[in-house]
Design a binder for this molecule. Structure first.
Ligand SMILES: Cc1cc2nc3c(=O)[nH]c(=O)nc-3n(C[C@H](O)[C@H](O)[C@H](O)COP(=O)(O)OP(=O)(O)OC[C@H]3O[C@@H](n4cnc5c(N)ncnc54)[C@H](O)[C@@H]3O)c2cc1C
Length: 412
């Protein structure tokens, strides 16, 4: 049985491992941290229907649905508290499934726990530092602790700051700081959502004067929120971890003071333990080289989609399932990796381009404008211009495990 070294136990990592196992490979996951959900970048995520559909091909969509909840509407407000519009958040699968919201930590834990349950081997505390091809068409990886591992293939599912990307091409572009940092949190006060009249299934977004604020209520009554704030300097790891919840709360409440609406109230009600550590936001230029004959990058390592697109997880999952199908169907690893890039690059670049096109076209001044420019979900701008159906190509993409080739039912 061929062995795959999978670098990263985030989202693309465990999904690739499960898909490769189904394709008859022996995957081993190497994660830098001791816990698959150690790095909390953002409080929660929305997983779009094209991602859920791809997960269904390896019988893993229920994992998202078990820990998440349906979120089918976006509701936008001005800083003055005026309702702008409601719109559907994405498509609907034939069985009625819609976009799901899920805590990042829960999603990472669910996917990795399921991979372990399926018998996939994990090694934690293994940070990839180098990888080289072997004489016999394989690859040998070296980790920061000095240990090594050998396999037939190395899959870099190691995120936006991918080491695998650098190993494959030392001239590859690096992630660059967007001038925005983020915060998130969870409010457990059981009464606040009732007082605010929040409805499950609705994701509210406020274009504040100095910060962009998103929030929703989970079926448990817990309020989930995130905020994006401008920050000229990228915050150091030390600054991010040393800032206390009380300091984050004070800073954010200062920025939200100029706005009407419930944002400041939600932040004030967030207990210290409910804060997610602050994080910098990054962008990734197009990566020219995705693979060698025995190494490949997938997910954010290959193409970071704007976080406002709500497609990062889905792109990572589609990559993972498509890669496994290519390895199942192609005669050798090198041609499978070439076929993988052939099937994925156009679609991924189209999704990335839509995010960039709608977030970076006009130079605007002012904090609020910068935030609006960078963070308005691109489907809102696109829908405003062309109608909601103009993004069907994105949500209707389907991958079929039973077919030899990827099935695309609408666009690419
Ligand atoms: C603030 C924010 C909000 C977002 N919101 C959404 C959303 O609502 N919907 C959505 O679909 N997407 C969203 N995204 C994007 C989404 O988080 C990513 O697209 C997704 O996590 C990519 O998965 P991945 O597995 O490729 O990378 P990651 O999830 O980053 O996982 C990479 C893993 O690799 C490990 N690793 C890194 N380096 C090494 C190494 N050298 N050796 C071993 N292991 C290593 C890391 O510890 C990590 O576990 C958001 C992103 C941000 C920043």
């Amino acid at each position: 049985m061929k062995k795959a070294l999978i670098i990263g136990g985030g989202i693309a990592g465990p999904v690739t491992a499960m898909a490769l196992q189904k394709a008859g490979w022996e995957p081993v996951v190497y994660e830098a941290y001791e816990d698959a959900a150690a790095e909390q970048i953002g409080a929660y995520l929305t997983v779009a229907v094209n991602g859920l559909s791809a997960l269904a091909e390896i019988d893993a969509h229920h994992l998202v649905m078990n820990v998440g909840h349906p979120t089918d509407t976006l509701s936008f407000y001005t800083s003055g508290g005026k309702h702008i519009t409601d719109m559907p958040i994405g498509g609907t699968l034939p069985d009625g499934t819609v976009t799901h919201s899920v805590k990042r930590r829960d999603l990472y834990r669910a996917l990795n726990a399921e991979a372990v349950r399926r018998g996939i081997r994990y090694e934690f505390g293994k940070r990839l530092v180098d990888a080289r091809p072997t004489a016999g068409h394989g690859v040998v990886a070296t980790f920061a602790d000095g240990s090594r591992a050998e396999g037939d293939l190395l899959v870099g599912a190691d995120g936006i700051r991918s080491r695998t990307r650098e190993i494959i091409d030392p001239t590859a572009p690096q992630a660059h700081y967007l001038g925005i940092y983020g915060l998130g949190g969870f409010v457990t006060d059981p009464d606040l959502h009732r007082e605010l009249g929040l409805r499950p299934g609705v994701y509210n977004m406020i274009f504040g004067k100095k910060a962009f604020f998103g929030y929703l209520v989970a079926p448990t009554g817990e309020i989930w929120w995130f905020a994006n704030m401008p920050g000229e300097q990228e915050l150091s790891k030390q600054a991010l971890t040393d800032t206390s919840p009380a300091q984050w709360r004070e800073e954010l409440m200062r920025l939200l003071a100029a706005d009407r609406g419930p944002a400041a109230r939600i932040v004030a009600a967030t207990p210290d333990a409910g804060f997610v550590t602050g994080f910098n936001q990054y962008d990734m230029p197009s990566v020219a080289t995705w693979h060698t004959d025995s190494m490949v990058i997938i997910g954010d390592a290959a193409h970071a989609v704007a976080s406002s697109s709500g497609q990062g997880v889905s792109m990572a999952v589609e990559d993972a399932v498509t890669l496994a199908l290519c390895l199942r169907d192609q005669p050798d690893t090198a041609s499978a990796l070439a076929e993988f890039e052939h099937r994925r690059r156009d679609r991924v670049e189209k999704v990335v381009a839509h995010g960039a096109e709608t977030s970076g076209d006009k130079a605007q001044n002012g904090v609020a404008r910068l935030l609006v420019r960078l963070l308005t979900p691109f489907f809102l701008k696109r829908a405003a211009k062309q109608g909601v159906g103009s993004l069907n190509w994105m949500f209707d993409h389907r991958i079929s495990w039973s077919d030899a080739a990827e099935q695309v039912h609408a666009g690419n």
